[in-house]
Design a protein around this ligand. Structure first.
Ligand code: NAP
Ligand code: MG
Length: 398
């Protein structure tokens, strides 16, 4: 069988620990036999990041901007313990944070749904993707304890002078105050990423804030989304047969719980932090959650939402068998290959991605799965296999 040819390289960002082991196995067993894989390789493993003083991370993100599609393995975000373990020169920032800052993107978390692993919410039949705005609000705020008798004001200064808005006069005892911000540029970028991703997935987009209470702050989020939708996206959405829908956050929560799923839910920074953990947990396992970073100008970086699965890696190093779920990492590869196929007009590459996803899901639905899934699957014939056996079972189906 002739291998599928590629035109443009994928930006390949290798990573750490157990996911690095899985990464190599996925390529060897599931991709290289079928695809004449073209990648521009960046080793984001901690050793390589340390050697390059983290320049490699920046270069990989710039390559993602250049080529448009990247696939990333999970990486260690070093802490004090890792500093010692790897004898690092310094504590490097989270690679995901560095990449997100350079690509200026929004992260969408997308669960993979299989039969036998039922979401905790019985009405959810299809995945719910969460888009969290990743800039500002309480994550970049100034806050203080306020003594009794003090007055807190918002002071806005520019060339034309000074404007003061009273926040609160603490006449009846001490308290607390917080000042937060966001920028129009960041909100616009977020909105564009969400509209682009909805078109990409061919799914409705929901957006929710508390604009009835926060008329200016949340009201601005709502207005920017509405303006972009009306001026740039409405026609495209109508053509694709999908909807943009705005509602209040509390109404959205109630609707989400009653829904069947199958849409994208865009949220402000804090709402997204909280709701993404709730939705992810309700869909089952961390090993079944993918994540894709979409930039406002339509560049993509695909990865698994989980980390490097350290505990399994130490077992692996001792020569003990592991049962690590590789599904989210496989789907990161298929997501990236499909997107590359779409952009370069290579249908065989898109078909290949579909087939590999189908083989993966069918393997689990036939009862062969890793330990994390076997622990929650409702299938009677379920069988817990090792990391490698699971990949071999998928290969057999391919
Ligand atoms: P983690 O690697 O996601 O693992 C947490 C636990 O969840 C594991 O110990 C395991 O439970 C379970 N788990 C996660 N993924 C699994 C999979 N694919 N298959 C089976 N079980 C899975 O998170 P962590 O332990 O907090 O972090 C480990 C390292 O990953 C850290 O250095 C952190 O910086 C990094 N990290 C990277 C990313 C990223 O690159 N996107 C994200 C998060 C964390 P059991 O041990 O009970 O089996
Ligand atoms: Mg959180």
């Amino acid at each position: 069988m002739a291998k599928i040819q590629m035109k443009t390289p994928l930006v390949e960002m290798d990573g750490d620990e157990m996911t690095r082991i899985i990464w190599a196995m996925i390529k060897e067993k599931l991709i290289l036999p079928y695809v004449d894989l073209k990648t521009e390789y960046y080793d984001l493993g901690l050793v390589s990041r340390d050697e390059s003083d983290d320049e490699i991370t920046k270069r990989s993100a710039e390559a993602a901007n250049k080529y448009g599609v990247a696939v990333k393995c999970a990486t260690i975000t070093p802490n004090e313990a890792r500093l010692k373990e790897y004898s690092l020169k310094r504590l490097y920032p989270s690679p995901n944070g560095t990449i997100r800052a350079i690509m200026d993107g929004t992260v969408f978390r997308v669960p993979i749904v299989v039969k036998g692993i039922e979401p905790y919410v019985p009405t959810w039949k299809k995945p719910i993707a969460i888009a969290r705005h990743a800039y500002g609000d309480i994550y970049k705020a100034s806050e203080a304890k306020i003594p009794d008798g003090a007055k807190v004001e918002l002071v806005i200064t520019d060339d034309s002078g000074e404007k003061r808005i009273t926040v609160h006069e603490f006449k009846k005892g001490s308290g607390i105050a917080l000042g937060m911000h966001n920028t129009e540029k960041s909100i616009r970028g977020f909105a564009r990423s969400c509209f682009n991703f909805a078109l990409d997935m061919n799914q409705d987009l929901w957006f929710s804030t508390k604009d009835t209470i926060s008329k200016t702050y949340d009201g601005t989020f709502k207005a920017i989304f509405e303006e972009l939708y009306e001026n740039e996206y409405k026609e495209k959405f109508e053509k694709a047969g999908i909807k943009y829908f705005y509602t209040l956050i509390d109404d959205a929560v109630a609707r989400v719980m009653r829904s069947e799923g199958g849409f994208i839910w865009a949220l402000k920074n804090y709402d997204g932090d909280v709701m993404s953990d709730m939705v992810a947990t309700a869909f089952g396992s961390l090993g079944m959650m993918t994540s894709v970073l979409v930039s406002p100008d339509g560049k993509y970086e695909y990865e698994a939402a989980h980390g490097t699965v350290t505990r399994h890696y130490y077992k692996h190093l001792k020569g003990e068998p592991t049962s690590t779920n590789s599904v989210a990492t496989i789907f990161a590869w298929t997501g990236a290959l499909r997107k590359r196929g779409e952009l370069d007009g290579i249908n065989e590459l898109c078909d290949f991605a579909d087939k590999l996803e189908k083989a993966t899901i069918n393997t689990i639905e036939s009862g062969i799965m890793t330990g994390d899934l076997a622990a929650i699957s409702k299938l009677e014939n379920k069988q817990s296999v090792t990391t490698e056996q699971f990949l071999d079972a998928i290969k057999e189906r391919m």
